[in-house]
Design a protein around this ligand. Structure first.
Ligand code: PLP
Length: 841
């Protein structure tokens, strides 16, 4: 007679008491007949575990067990039956799949194997290595079995915590009365005020209890790198593969400044990626270093590519330095340092070993700004692509430069904003001396560090340790690839439906990929996920391939990181062929914002989205939905007032009566006819002439007088502040540079941007280093004019000089009357052109 149907039990069946925080134990054992001896024994084990504070989740099939392993990061132990059933009846030994999944997700999770008939000797060797103990369910008492599992779970939990976080929790638990800063004293001060109480309740007591003073000796010192803080830094160094790691609490901007400040002396020459963050420039300002810029390539989309290898050879660098006006009277004719952004904002990452070989021939120390790339070490797809991969095995000592990497831990790993790290891999050539480096580190550090940030850095590193880190990176990569393939497949679905105009969005990647193992080629949309997530060759920018459009590359030199996804819009392609119709990406971005989807960066015909560790299928599904809806609005001739209602309301005279398609056509025409993309190319490949070093320029900004000036008057003047335009988000003018004659590429490019702004109110080009004057316009709403902040007015508040000793304050020119649409005149802070640079002044 068949028995009663077997109850399927999955999910939590026993709740924990709060004694053990977040401990969940997986019981992956076949469904058993309710009321049977085995069932009663399992129930008793669960009850004992729950009593001692653990939550127990039960899985009756391998599928359920796998789902729990993937989604329950809080597992602290598992009991897995070797005889587990396969839900689909396909697998011979489903328990092996479950154990493999545990192994790939958790380091050292205690796993107990439930054995019935099988003898331990018959198990595969790797299984014996994974499991920490065996359980014969009916041979021991339930309390004994539960006790063994519970103890192992607690030990695992104890060992899981990294050094600083563990001590911070212990310290918090001691509940001492403190007499030190901060004055809120564990949050108590907030409780004495109604508004303070709201803040306290909002963040919760724990944040304030762990916001401690530097005088708490038990937790160590961030300056002396001692105690639990020092242990945490050393643990991070191990995880990131560094010789030395420093925790920085003021962003990667500060890490960049520290690295340069600790490495470059006054008037020394530095090779600087033109595609650098402004903090690099600030570092040079502090040190008095003299930049010689390495110019990256660009493609037809206007995306900034890598610096080509031929520009990094020793000969090319010698020639660059000979041409560089700032080399005259430098402290040494040889450069001391090179700094390169890796990966670029658009996800192009170098073969760091090759980069080190090339640059190592000219400089003894290189700095890779990996603000957006802290996860690279944790996935095999990025082997050799990150700075700490440059070791004695990959480059011989006599050629290998010392490598520093600076990382915004908070950007793409899980940490609080501003949390960053500097990693060092020493070589016998120019090794970092900790004591000297630490002097610089302390100069840039606060004496009141926020301890929860340190705990965040400690945990961010621990999360990436062992298989957990690879699993996390792999998940982001996998979701990004799924998104890319889904976008590519929409095209086919629309084509086969045959009832609407063709698909026009895409994502930027190769159209074809080849499996190097089998030689088989696939259209990207059809390529196996496993191939794309594990095979770097699928993402490599091979020389001459049209899909990327960058010239001068070597095979394997540069890789497109799958997690940084550029959505491409029609209008141009990677080799710069412009089409008759187009959809400028600014319009797509504005539309997505109305759907509460905010992209990372928008260029002329591309926008960038990042697949970080926080990605979910729901998130990218919503983005695809947004793209599809934009297309139907475009195809159906929807009115602009319907698509971008706020824009149409704000600028009724400018956009009245237009459809979405009209706006796309107008904007595309303006971009094409003003030749914005070729001008951009021209502007970047012909950097302006430097006349002062960053430090000299800064001194003039402070004391020698600068004046704001309109773009129209900028020819042959020397700029005092950095000018960064988006696209592409990197500096077009560095302080101390002279853009040249009126028709110089950079000035034509800036004027084209200004025209664009004038013609498309509501879509201002993002330009840093310039500001705008507000002006009333006739017949239209007020429109902004741009001008710099007046640095002299700004600086006057803290100017220590007596008034008489200060340079005369310059007045801003009074803006003239505006026309019906409004006008944008760019005003830039200038240093008066003085004698050419030679010495630091
Ligand atoms: C290349 C690069 N370096 C450094 C930084 C500065 O990072 P943070 O915001 O952590 O100061 C950024 C920020 O966007 C960046 O893109």
């Amino acid at each position: 007679m068949p028995g009663p149907p077997v109850a399927r039990r999955t999910g939590p069946c026993y709740r924990r008491s709060p004694a053990v925080s977040g401990s969940t134990i997986l019981l992956a054992v076949n469904e058993v007949l309710p009321g049977s001896v085995l069932d009663e024994q399992l129930e008793l084990i669960c009850a004992h575990l729950a009593e001692s504070g653990h939550e127990v989740v039960r899985a009756g099939t391998d599928e359920d067990a796998l789902a729990l392993v993937q989604t329950r990061a809080e597992l602290t132990a598992a009991l897995v039956s070797w005889d587990m059933c396969d839900a689909d009846g396909v697998l011979e030994r489903p328990a092996e799949v479950v154990l493999r999944a545990v192994q790939a997700r958790f380091a050292n999770l205690p796993v107990f194997l439930v054995s019935t008939a099988a003898s331990v000797d018959d198990l595969p060797l790797w299984v014996s290595e994974v499991v920490c103990g065996y359980v014969w369910l009916l041979e021991d008492t339930a309390s004994f079995i539960a006790g063994r599992i519970g103890v192992a779970a607690r030990r695992y939990q104890d060992e899981l915590l990294p050094p600083f976080f563990r001590e911070l929790r212990r310290f918090d638990d001691t509940h001492e009365y403190s007499w030190h800063t901060p004055a809120h004293a564990g949050g108590v001060a907030f409780l004495k005020s109604s508004v303070g109480r709201v803040l306290f309740d909002y963040y919760g007591e724990r944040l304030f209890r762990t916001d401690l003073s530097i005088s708490v000796g038990e937790l160590g010192s961030l300056f002396e790198h001692t105690g639990p803080i020092g242990d945490a830094e050393r643990n991070a160094a191990r995880i990131f593969g560094a010789d030395l790691t420093y925790f920085v609490l003021h962003g990667d901007s500060t890490s960049d400044r520290i690295a340069i400040h600790a490495s470059v002396a006054t008037d020394e020459l530095v090779l600087v990626d033109r595609n650098c963050h402004k903090a690099i420039y600030h570092g040079l300002t502090l040190t008095g270093g003299r930049p010689a810029y390495l110019v990256p390539t660009r493609n037809g989309y206007g995306l900034m590519g890598p610096i080509p290898p031929h520009a990094l050879t020793r000969d090319a660098i010698t020639e660059l330095l000979q041409r560089n006006p700032l080399s005259v009277d430098a402290a040494d004719p040889a450069p001391v340092y090179a700094v390169v952004t890796n990966s670029t904002y658009d996800g192009l990452c170098y073969d760091a070993v090759r980069l080190a070989e090339l640059l190592g021939a000219s400089v003894p120390r290189i700095h890779l700004d990996e603000a957006w790339f802290a996860y690279a070490r944790f996935h095999p797809l990025y082997a050799r692509r990150y700075g700490m991969a440059v070791d004695a095995e990959s480059v011989p000592d006599e050629l290998r430069p010392t490598v520093l990497t600076t990382q915004s831990t908070h950007k793409l790993l899980a940490a609080l904003s501003q949390s960053a790290m500097v990693h060092v891999k020493n070589s016998p050539r120019s090794p970092v001396d900790h004591r000297q480096f630490n002097e610089t580190f302390m100069m840039h550090a606060t004496t009141s560090p926020l301890y929860p940030m340190i705990a965040g850095l400690d945990v961010a590193a621990a999360m990436m340790d062992g298989p957990g880190g690879t699993w996390l990176a792999d998940e982001a990569i996998t979701e990004a690839i799924r998104f890319r393939q889904a976008v590519a497949r929409i095209s086919r679905r629309i084509e086969s439906a045959g009832d609407r105009p063709g698909w026009f969005f895409g994502t930027w990647q190769p159209e074809q990929v080849t499996d190097p193992g089998t030689g088989q080629s696939y259209a990207f949309a059809d390529a196996p996920l496993d191939l794309l997530r594990t095979e770097p060759a699928c993402w490599s920018l091979e020389p001459g391939a049209e899909w990327h459009g960058f010239a001068g590359l070597e095979s394997g030199y540069c890789l497109l990181d799958p997690i940084k996804v550029s959505i491409t819009c029609p209008g141009t392609n990677a080799v710069g062929v412009q089409s008759d119709t187009g959809i400028p990406a600014k319009i797509l971005t504005a539309y997505l914002e109305t759907r509460r989807i905010v992209v990372e960066k928008t260029d002329a015909y591309t926008c960038l989205v990042l697949f970080s560790m926080g990605i979910t299928k729901g998130k990218w599904g919503t983005l695809i939905d947004g793209l599809l809806d934009f297309k139907s609005l475009y195809d159906s001739g929807a009115a602009l007032g319907e698509v971008l209602p706020a824009l149409a309301r704000e600028f009724p005279a400018r956009y009245a009566g237009l459809t979405l398609r009209d706006l796309c056509d107008q904007m595309h025409r303006q971009l094409r006819d003003s030749e914005l993309m070729p001008l951009l190319e021209d502007a970047f490949t012909h950097p302006p002439r430097p006349e002062f070093t960053p430090a000299q320029t800064y001194q003039r900004l402070l004391r020698a007088g600068t004046e704001p000036v309109r773009l129209a008057e900028l020819a042959n003047r020397t700029v005092a502040t950095q000018v960064v335009t988006t696209p592409p988000g990197i500096p077009v003018l560095m302080p101390g540079e002279n853009p040249g004659e009126k028709d110089a590429p950079i000035l034509r490019y800036l004027r084209a941007l200004e025209d664009f702004d004038r013609n498309f109110p509501g879509f201002p080009s993002e330009t840093h280093g310039v500001t705008r004057d507000s002006m009333a316009t006739t017949g239209s709403r007020a429109y902004d004019e741009r001008r710099t902040e007046d640095p002299l007015t700004r600086g006057a508040h803290s100017d220590p000089l007596p008034a008489a000793a200060r340079p005369a304050r310059m007045r801003l020119p009074t803006p003239g009357p505006a026309d019906a649409v409004g006008r944008a005149q760019t005003l830039l802070g200038l240093v008066a052109t003085g004698p050419s640079a030679g010495r630091s002044g």
